[in-house]
Design a binder for this molecule. Structure first.
Ligand SMILES: Nc1ncnc2c1ncn2[C@@H]1O[C@H](COP(=O)(O)OP(=O)(O)O)[C@@H](O)[C@H]1O
Ligand SMILES: [Mg+2]
Length: 507
């Protein structure tokens, strides 16, 4: 007696079909799983045995062999519980159905209930792409799976439900697919609005440019000047995600196990704010069953590193590669994995350990040595990858108290969306999405300067000893500033403004 049912393995962010073959033969009762299973899959034996018994079915007293094929893909996690249980029930003829176009996935608890399982969205997408017809998943994962579109999803509470359903005794109701268009019309409120932040026009302008062109920003200023506040408000001026972007980001959260029943789809650009004591794996990704780290959870959104120099140097250096390539590659024994990691980096730091260097009122208590050591923590190559450098000074009392009306996040966001629209048109036939991602030929094509501007940048490069990378970053920022001004050409004033954001940190 042999059965074969289908399930899926999630590798990185993508799923692949897995065949679960179950053979029942006579002999001493035993239960073996083969086909490169990890420990969690091995433990499935105990869960499956109890779940079947507690679901009103019989666990066969036979020699049970389960083979997970293809054997060269490592099977990780508890999601094979359900297909193994169904395979045993089918092989022992306790249920009867045609398994050829059906996918089962989900973790069982001992009483036979299905638990919320990680990585369901990639499995749902695979179900659709590989032309399977039905997908059985834990009920808690239903909304997440429904994003994949037109597939027959059966959200299931327990193994008992599936047994009844397959025997035709009581059907599980098919899930109504979500209409993505409706979901995207919702307005989502933000924590801090730009109009709550007094003064700091220079910083707000830089953040507007960053949002419009996808540029990285570093903020430096004394404690309490509003750096963290500005970073929080940044989320509210970012352009809306497209539905494709939302699916891409939701996939990452699905694999990381961070979707909840109340929040099954990530629709706002994510803002991740890891603490500087977070481990390398938490930030970069990895682990025994490789999970995306903070830099991937920030994909299409913002990675905010507050107290930037406090992060261990080892972590900061690993950031260099994803900042350049927009992906992170994690090496592991069973081959390497890549996760996407395209984010806007926003950093905040004090100018020195005590925070009051150059402050007009308070005196700084740090020694030259301490200041040098503090700034040296962030290497040149990393600084080079940050496009906009701004100072956030402490506000005078009058500014804080003034109640002149300020531009709201909604108004700023409109400008940002318009500049993004220009970029979408510009890069219609290219993989590039924003000015910050322009390749060298694209920079050449879209960032031409007139004679006056050329002279200006020549002087800047020579006097400030700018690197080639910095030179190109300045051109990209100038392009974004011109886009915000709705100007086809980069004009000298645009370039001059772009140069301002480089001055402070280049010595
Ligand atoms: N420009 C500002 N406008 C209004 N409130 C501000 C401003 N700057 C700072 N604050 C107030 O000061 C608090 C501390 O600011 P915060 O952003 O945490 O400073 P930092 O991160 O620079 O140390 C904020 O929660 C806010 O109440
Ligand atoms: Mg702060």
């Amino acid at each position: 007696m042999i059965s074969q049912v289908s399930s899926a393995a999630v590798i990185g962010l993508d799923a692949q079909p897995i065949k679960v073959e179950v053979d029942l033969s006579n002999g001493l009762p035993s239960f073996t799983i083969v086909g490169l299973p990890d420990k969690a899959v091995e433990e499935a034996k105990e869960r499956v045995r109890s779940a079947i018994k507690n679901s009103g079915a019989e666990f066969p007293q036979k020699r049970i062999t389960v083979n997970l094929a293809p054997a060269d893909i490592r099977k990780e996690g508890p999601s094979y519980d359900l297909p193994i249980a169904v395979g045993i029930l089918l092989a022992s003829e306790q249920v009867n159905f045609d398994p050829s176009k059906v996918i089962f996935t989900g973790e069982l608890s001992l009483n036979g209930d299905l638990r919320q399982t990680n990585g369901i969205l990639p499995v749902a997408i695979m179900t659709k792409e590989r032309n399977f017809e039905e997908l059985y998943i834990p009920q808690e994962n239903a909304d997440e799976a429904a994003i994949a579109g037109e597939i027959n999803i059966y959200p299931t509470r327990s193994l008992r439900d599936i047994i009844w359903h397959l025997r035709g005794e009581k059907s599980i109701e098919k899930y109504q697919c979500l209409n993505m268009d409706n979901i995207f019309e919702e307005e989502i409120p933000f924590e801090v609005d730009m109009n709550q932040i007094k003064g700091q026009e220079h910083a707000k302008r830089a953040l507007t440019i960053a949002a419009a062109g996808g540029h990285n920003v570093s903020m430096s200023g004394p404690p309490g000047s509003g750096k963290t506040l500005l970073a929080k408000a940044f989320a509210s001026i970012l352009p809306q995600m497209s539905s494709n972007e939302a699916i891409e980001v939701t996939k990452i959260y699905s694999v990381a196990g961070l979707l909840t029943k109340d929040n099954p789809i990530i629709m706002n650009r994510p803002v991740r704010t890891p603490h500087h004591t977070a481990s390398d794996i938490a930030l970069i990704g990895g682990g025994k069953w490789p999970k995306p780290g903070e830099i991937s959870l920030a994909h299409r959104g913002v990675l905010f590193l507050d107290e930037f120099p406090e992060f261990p140097r080892s972590v900061l250096e690993v950031l260099r590669q994803p900042l350049e390539d927009n992906i992170i590659t994690i090496s592991r024994a069973a081959g390497s994995l890549t996760f996407p990691a395209k984010f806007i980096l926003v950093t905040a730091q004090n100018p020195c350990p005590c925070g009051y260097l150059n402050d007009p009122v308070k005196t700084c208590s740090c020694s030259q040595n301490q200041i040098a050591k503090y700034n040296k923590k962030i290497s040149g190559p990393l600084l080079d990858r940050i496009d906009l450098h701004i100072e956030v000074p402490r506000l005078k009392f009058e500014k804080l108290e003034s109640d002149s009306s300020l531009e709201s996040s909604k108004e700023i966001k409109e400008k940002v969306e318009k500049a993004r629209q220009t970029q979408r048109k510009r890069f219609e036939n290219s993989k590039t999405l924003t000015n910050s991602e322009m390749s060298l030929p694209e920079i050449k094509k879209y960032c031409s300067l007139d004679e006056k501007s050329k002279e200006l940048i020549r002087q800047a490069v020579n006097q400030l000893n700018l690197s080639a990378r910095t030179y190109h970053k300045i051109l990209k920022i100038a392009r974004t500033i011109a886009d915000l001004a709705n100007s086809g050409d980069i004009q000298t004033e645009h370039l001059a403004e772009a140069l301002q954001y480089r001055f402070k940190k280049e010595h």
